[in-house]
Write a protein that binds this ligand. Sequence first.
Ligand code: GLN
Length: 188
Amino acid sequence: MIIGILGIQGGFARHKDMLRSMGYNTIIVRTAEELKKTNALIIPGGESTTLLNLFDKLQLSEAIKDYNKKSPIMGTCAGLIVLSKKAELAQYSPLGLIDIEVSRNAYGRQKESFIYKVNLELNLKQIEFEAVFIRAPKIMKYGSECRVLSKFKNDVIMIQNDSVLACSFHPELTLDNTIHKYFIKNFT
Ligand code: GLN
């Protein structure tokens, strides 16, 4: 199995390090051709407007939408935003692969970044996880086919449907590989 990590912008390196330390083969994906070689894809954090702009330029929007008909995708932070159905993005529409509406930068600016111990509900078990929030988006609405996996106070911060796992924080910035493991074991 090969896990692709979208590497056109943002924090892809730490996802790669984590997956490698778990023993998985990874490739950094920058083209539709490279995407075809993978069994699952991670879209990292970064800047959602830049990501969507580059998707347009590199013909990746349709390729990723097509890919997700058969293969799973995990999005973190900006990755969650680009996978959403609706976000305030000046000139681009997100991919709409998970039925969530998000508000960008809803927890403040870079210097208001924070770490918070949250509970994940994974396969009926409660697991404590240190969530790192950096200019994180807030999930304002979600559809009935989505399953909520974690909350911070009253906000949903981790959610899934059948083929997409999305979190508003950065699981790759801790040493805890619980979320990456959950994605690979449950989606691939
Ligand atoms: N605020 C960024 C955006 O709107 C996301 C930040 C992040 O990925 N850490 O795209």
